[in-house]
Design a protein around this ligand. Structure first.
Ligand code: FPP
Length: 239
């Protein structure tokens, strides 16, 4: 089996996969390169995994690209990431649109400069009617922030705070809950990603650094998922 075209793992497959793309900095450091190189390499992997998700019949893919906490990184790295997002969107959008990807951004955009906000809006408007993979890119995102903004929206609308109400106002409203979360880079934590949405998600941790994450590794995660018994708080089937 070639490394580039691994066989698809068995079913069931997740409808929605959420990914914490960690390890860009360490990948670059390990090569004696600046962290920026790791982020650039990381963008290529986004393309690779988006294609792999499409081939595997995954409906929704949510990627953690920039957390609220990432604002605390050195200004040069933050600037570089923002620049990379703008360029990537400008460069990749035609191909994404051609492939039917529907792009949305989740998170608090208010801190981002106008050129990035403009690119994000353009991408969303252009791909809004596409029927392919629903790609959500989390930027300026925090799981706690998401729950608070949803609760505030209910208060403003004069509605009671209920689980259904919150769900309907989370940034991911309309998407199925994530079935599988993948975190690369060896850490085993959620880091304020989709806190509400991950309630019953299967969590898969890989030691591979994001720039090295291949289609084969993605399939390994899908195969692991296919072997999980999901109970959602119920007793096992046979008992
Ligand atoms: C975490 O690695 C990675 C990030 C904070 C940035 C992720 C962004 C990309 C891969 C680009 C995606 C672009 C688009 C448009 C979706 P780290 O820097 O925390 O690595 P470390 O833990 O090794 O330091």
């Amino acid at each position: 089996m070639s490394r580039d075209a691994p066989e698809l793992p068995s079913e069931p497959r997740p409808r929605h996969v959420a990914i914490v793309m960690d390890g860009n900095g360490r990948w670059a450091k390990g090569r004696g390169q600046p962290r920026a190189m790791g982020h650039r390499a990381g963008v290529k992997v986004v393309r690779r995994i988006l294609r792999a998700a499409h081939k595997a019949g995954v409906e929704a893919l949510t990627l953690f690209a920039f957390s609220q906490e990432n604002w605390k990184r050195p200004e040069t790295e933050v600037k570089l990431l923002i620049q990379l997002f703008v360029r990537t969107l400008a460069r990749e959008m035609d191909a994404m649109h051609r492939n039917g990807v529907r792009v949305r951004f989740i998170g608090d955009r208010s801190g981002f400069p106008e050129p990035l906000r403009r690119e994000m809006q353009r991408a969303e408007l252009r791909t809004a009617d596409n029927a392919g993979v629903k790609l959500s890119i989390a930027v300026g995102y925090g799981g706690q922030w998401d729950i608070v903004q949803a609760a505030n929206a209910l208060v403003e609308a004069g509605e009671p705070i209920t689980a259904e109400g919150i769900e309907a106002r989370l940034q991911t409203a309309g998407l199925p809950e994530p079935d599988l979360m993948i975190r690369t880079g060896g850490e085993q934590r959620i880091s304020n990603f989709l806190l509400w949405q991950l309630a019953y998600t299967e969590l898969y941790f890989s030691d591979v650094l994001w720039p090295d994450f291949s289609e084969l590794e993605f399939h390994q995660a899908l195969a692991w998922y296919a072997g999980r018994e999901r109970r959602f708080g119920r007793v096992p089937e046979a008992s």
